[in-house]
Write a protein that binds this ligand. Sequence first.
Ligand code: AMP
Ligand code: GLY
Length: 421
Amino acid sequence: MKIMVVGGGGREHAIIKKLKESKDVTEIYALPGNGGIAKDAVCVPVGATDIDAIVDFAVKEEIDYAVVAPDDPLVLGCVDALNAKGIPCFGPEAKAAIIEGSKVFSKNLMKKYGIPTAKYEVFTDMASALEYLETAPVPTVVKADGLALGKGVIIAETREDAKKAVISMMQDKAFGKSGENIVIEEFLTGPEVSVLSFTDGKVVKPMVSSMDHKRAGDNDTGLNTGGMGTVAPNPYYTKEVADECMEKIFKPTIAAMNAEGRTFKGCLYFGLMITPDGPKVIEYNCRFGDPETQVVLPLLESDLFEIMKATTEGTLENTEVKFANENACCVILASKGYPLSYEKGFEITIPDEISDNVYVAGAKLSDGKLLTSGGRVLGAVKTAPSLEEAIDGAYKLADMISFENKYCRSDIGARALKAGR
Ligand code: AMP
Ligand code: GLY
């Protein structure tokens, strides 16, 4: 089977490495992939949002199955366009990807179907939003409706800060059209858990839970990033919490999407907060998380391609989704300065014997050399029987990799370790 994976980050590298283990997969193309992915797939210089070029390539190369990994092509209708040419895909159609593409949609969905989430108001004009903030409780959370590269959420400690966030989104258009409408919601507290799940629109099979580390600095300080590391499983996600999530959140969400005529197939990501009042949805993503995928898929024992096909064909109920009873840790090595400005173009050295444990996010090949080309450069991933061993192992791997201006957090997994004791 000829497979095409749309995207080019660490998440896509993790998907591709796992697909290579599948018995039916013979060739993998990555669009666009990256310099590290080039070790595991044929990289094709087509951008992940260039839907026409993606479809042209798939038709010309007679691709048997496509995995559309990032949010933007999904929201733009990449799956719809490929399906129209008869190419089956892993991932939701645009009408279902809206669960991530519009926070107004997802909040209204949860309200309509009684799925636990933060209380909220939607605003379509700035004056009403500012008036509401005169008396709103703080801290409060201001969210741009549309996709904003993970930056469209502002936690405001004061009403003044909340107003500034509203003005930057609605007047100054900091996130373009994504901020035309906004959600202002209740500030929740509690540990966060990421749960990725497979669904064919009929059943939902959660993957092992994980914990992201979004802030740039140790002890969760500094700016928000695309994720500086992950561990799996997440110790806050106990069996009891998992059962409650299944009944109150996962199954109701699948049913709600069906009831709206927006059947979701693919990977539905539940961003949860375990609040004193029980688990609540912070966000939905219509795709695998990054860097959650880098710790979740290495623990998957079942055949990923079989599962993906089952989500497309509606046969997930009878398909095994089994995870190792182990732990995993991913430490992201970034370019110093990320998420603000950073230098790139430095040569990366990865010892051959650890290349299986490395998931490359931002690197390009130049004259046979691997050079840094992004803020997040790669993830070093270790699986082990205990979380402690996984963390130690990931940091040992991280030490063996070198490039100029290498930066990583030194406390990935520390909180999970404490919570699990
Ligand atoms: P999102 O892009 O919706 O995942 O939000 C980014 C981050 O903002 C989340 O991972 C949370 O840490 C935080 N966040 C979002 N909504 C809330 C909320 N209602 N209360 C507290 N923190 C929140
Ligand atoms: N790690 C968070 C995300 O993928 O959105």
